[in-house]
Design a protein around this ligand. Sequence first.
Ligand code: PLP
Length: 438
Amino acid sequence: MAVLPFRVSEAVAGGNPVFARTGAIAHPLGRMHYHFLMKPPPRLRTAAVHAGESPDPATGASAPNLVMSSTFVTRGATGFSAHDLDDASGFLYTRWSNPTVAQLEAKLCALEGAEACLCFGSGMAAAAGVLLSLLSAGDHIVMSDTNYAGVAELGRDTLPRLGIEVSFADTSDPANVEAALRPNTKLIWLETPANPIVRLTDLEAIARIAAAQPGVRVAVDSTFATPVATRPLELGAHYVMHSLTKYIGGHGDAVGGAVLGSREDIAALRVEAAVHYGGVLSPFNAWLIMRGAATLPIRMKAHEENALAVARFLEDHPRVTRVVYPGLASHPQHELARRQMANFSGMLTFRSADGAELAERMARELRVIHYAVSLGHHRSLVFWMDTPSLMESSFRLEGAQLESYRAYAGDGIFRMSVGLEDAGDLCADLARVLAAPE
Ligand SMILES: Cc1ncc(COP(=O)(O)O)c(C=O)c1O
């Protein structure tokens, strides 16, 4: 039998009799995943399909098994504390690690070019895991002034309550980040493209700024980009975070999150954020997300192609006053997009003079596109995001920062996640609701 070079069991199981017997993959704690052992490394589409997976030696099953067990029979007496975990530890308890979740983690490592990965029960659990485990009272963080609303509110409400100093910066200009650094800065938190306005941040430039001050780490929420577009670790970031609920899962049926980075950083995160905080990913969701992740590269190609078609249609529509999509020459940072994004993804925004009223019509009258929050699904989704109410609830920007936000979003935007339907049907659906009411 021709065996693919992706036999995680062979590559990393070592002498562990539990893994050898079950064909399960090695404990993910700090291990280098198989793809580092392959020469030459697999190309992205191959890695997406095969990484983290190997036929079950017991049954020959080609698809990954779903291991729902919460506990595991151990090889011998073992410690009961997370601090007793090491590379040789087998699976002990699913909050610490689980074979199915570990398979997804190995796949994500291959996609992101990371040494190690830790999955969480949601993107927010992943973000909170990084922020709370890296920062202590008296530390300072520079955070993007526009990012996913949950993270924005955590940065404005929770972190200061814990005695953590937070500066919000318009990270689209690296000089703003440099100016915000303090001697006690521990972390720079970026999101590119930023939710909801699709504004970009130059990761390489900011990683250079961070490297000039010892002790400053860089974390990037790369949910909108996906590893198909951008690989932040290769650009100098220390952590990359994803909401797996979005493109990586891709089908709108499983909530999850992930953080990737160096073996040492992720091992520390596992002890604090997974074992102690406990917001881990269900193996069932890992199994669903793994199935989605296998087709990520081809889906992203289709998302990009559709988004470009919809963006061009909207740009030409008389009722649309502005379209923002990184793949359009009209995006204010199109040059950066071309340099930093190998795929422009499927997220765009557009404006119309009567946004709130149009939103009402969309909610009632769209037939193909769902009027709903979230993004990155195979179904197209659109949602109205009113600037004054977002300023009040999540972002609370003033002065130049508010001006920069408004340059992208005006009084409000329709955030559209362009799905995988036929682009002609999507444009026809939009054309119908954009037509002036009779
Ligand atoms: C960019 C970004 N980061 C993080 C999150 C949070 O992810 P989750 O909903 O999986 O908790 C979201 C959710 O919309 C998001 O868009």
